[in-house]
Structures are given as C-alpha cells and as structure tokens.
Design a protein around this ligand. Structure first.
Ligand SMILES: [Fe+2]
Ligand SMILES: [Fe+2]
Length: 357
C-alpha cells in the first residue's frame, strides 16, 4: 500500500480523527482489531472433570431458573464457546431429576458418557440414553431429559451457540409443563434406524435427520466393519454419522464422527478450516496439534481449532475410539471449507512441546 506524503503527520491525524468522528474507518490502516480470536488447542482430563461435574449436583438444580446443569469446556481466550462456532459442555442429571422441556434455535447433540436409566424426549419421541449413544435435538425441537434410573447421568452437550449468537438468531421458548407428552418410544429408530431401508410412503419434511437417536451397538458395528476394509491416512477409521434420507451430515451446522485409531497407527497430519471437539470414548494415545503433543486417555476431551495441523497416534496395543463434533457443514455450505495435507517430514509434524495442563 502506497501512502502518499501530501499530508503532513498532523494533517493526517486530523483527517483520521474527522473520519472517526462520523464513524468511518480507513480500510488501509491496521488497527490491530481484525480477525477472529486466536484459539489455542486445549485438553481436559476426565479425571479432573468428572469430580467437578458430579459436585455440580450439590450446587444447582435443573429447575426453570437454571434450565440445565452444565459445565462448559472453556477453551482459554473464548468467552462463550469451545471453538469459535461450537460449544461443548458436560451435563449432569441426578436420579429423579428432570431437566425441563424447552426449545431453542441453537442446535444440540447429546453424546452419552456415563449412567443408565435416563431418557431424552425429542418432539414427543422418548429416547433411552445409554453410553455411546448419540441423540440429536435439532434447532427448535422440544426436548427434555428425565433420569428414572438410580445413577447419575453425564453426557456431552454439543451446540452451535457461538455461531447462532454471532448471527443474532438466538431464540428460546419454555414448554408449558416440565415434560412434554411422550407420543412414541424409539420411533425414529424404528422408522429410520435401518439405514438404507426406510418407509416408502413417508415424505421427510424436516431440515434435519429424521433419525434422532444413533445407538452405540449399531455405531460400533459399522466402525468395526469399516476397520476390516479401509481407512483414511489422516483419521484412520472414521465414520460420519449421516442423515438416512439425504446421506449428508445429521444437522445443518454440525456433523458428528466416530473414529477408531487402531493399535500402532500414526496418521498423517493435515489441517482444515473446520474446527473439532473430541471426546476419547475408549483407549489411549496422543495427538500432535500445531507441533504440541496432547496425551489423552479414556474420557478426556480436546479441541482442534480451525486450520491447526493435527495427527493422531496410538502406541498402545488396544484400539482407541474418538467421538467428535465438527462445524464442517457450516464451512462447506458457505464455500469456505479448505483442507491441506502436511507434506514435509513424510507427513508428520516435529513435536516441539507437550501439553501439561
Ligand atoms: Fe436445550
Ligand atoms: Fe482432521
């Protein structure tokens, strides 16, 4: 940029001040305020998270004031989300409790971690929550959670709240009663859970997957089957949960993956504009994110920011299984998805530091 010297320093300052007075900002001056916040990769250890989540049961009740008892995975530098578009939080529901029915424009998923005997009702369909299940509560669908069991339930909530908030499209409504009427039980699974087989006469007119509940047994079967035949150099054995009607991601703004990093595998590194939040469902290993080594084991969470180099390593003798939510559909629908392989050093980053947490 060539800045002319026809104005002296004082005249230039006066010019900028007069522009500022009427809220005009010269585009050629770097004011140091551009761009999204820098987000560092981060990791949360289950051994530290679980006791504090359980303790939250002594602090609040999920009534109409609190709505939900959640603890956010608060990536340093972010006031709202876990990445710039997505928010992940741990939710606790104790035996006998009900998190009351409501709906909101932000979309959510539930990834079930521990406990038994609770269910989520989504638009009248009662979905039993078991570890390894994925339950969708798409934008503006009524949902409530009830624990009829005898143990605390903990699950991971994943939402697109930061994006929807930024777009100023956040709306929220409470259902008149604490729980919505249960119309069916496992209906979405019976209709659409068979994958390629679906009701011939039904027209799906919702902008999300009509299958709301992805059961762990089926997910694991698909993962094990795929592991027997093929894998990706960057993710090893990775499956995207899909909408049985469109074949695309289950939600407009978020996609969910289950992936296996097999024993002894060290993937190649790559980066993409999609940001990801991982939960280590089983096993142990480490990921190298922008040159930093993040060791993880069962239950941990970690975040891979947009455009950060990342690769996964499993040096144990057992398979590792990772669940993740990603904002890929946002980036793809806006034409902003970009991906790049790491080509130096045979595709693996030099490790320059280690996350201590
Ligand atoms: Fe909600
Ligand atoms: Fe990736």
């Amino acid at each position: 940029m060539a800045v002319k010297d026809s104005l002296n320093a004082g005249e230039l300052r006066d010019y900028y001040d007069s522009a500022d007075d009427i809220n005009l900002t010269p585009g050629w001056v770097d004011w140091g305020q551009h761009g999204a916040p820098e987000i560092e990769p981060f990791l949360w250890r289950w051994s530290q998270v679980e006791p504090l989540v359980l303790k939250s049961g002594e602090v609040v009740t999920p009534d109409r004031d609190v709505e939900r008892r959640t603890m956010r995975l608060a990536t340093p530098g972010l006031q709202r989300g876990t990445t710039h578009t997505l928010l992940a939080a741990l939710q606790l529901l104790l035996p006998g409790e009900c998190a009351p029915s409501h709906r909101h424009t932000p979309t959510a998923i539930r990834w079930i971690l521990t406990g038994e005997g609770a269910y989520t009702t989504v638009e009248g369909d009662k979905c039993a929550m078991e570890p390894g299940d994925l339950i969708l509560t798409p934008s503006w669908t009524w949902h409530d959670h009830t624990n009829e069991g005898s143990s605390p339930m903990i699950w991971l909530d994943g939402l697109d709240i930061p994006l929807v908030h930024y777009l100023k499209a956040t709306f929220f409504e409470q259902f008149p009663e604490d729980t919505q009427p249960v119309i069916s039980e496992g209906d979405s699974v019976r209709r659409y859970g068979a994958g390629s087989y679906r009701p011939a006469w039904e027209q799906v007119d919702v902008p999300y997957s009509p299958l709301l509940h992805y059961k762990w047994a089926k997910t694991n079967e698909a993962l094990q089957n795929l592991a027997g035949v093929n894998s990706s150099p960057f993710d090893d054995v990775a499956i995207e949960y899909s909408d049985p009607v469109t074949g695309g991601p289950v939600l407009k703004t978020m996609t969910c993956w289950i992936q296996m990093v097999r024993a002894g595998v060290h993937t190649k590194a790559h980066r993409h504009t999609a940001s990801k939040i991982y939960q280590v469902f089983r096993g142990e290993g480490y990921s190298v994110i922008d040159g930093k080594r993040f060791d993880w084991s069962q239950g941990d969470f970690f975040v891979v920011p947009s455009w950060a180099w990342h690769e996964h390593v499993n040096e144990s003798g057992e398979e590792a299984i990772l669940f993740s939510i990603q904002d890929t559909p946002i980036m793809k629908s806006l034409g902003l998805y970009r991906e790049e392989p790491y080509v130096e050093n045979a595709g693996n980053q030099p490790v320059t530091s280690r996350f201590e947490g």
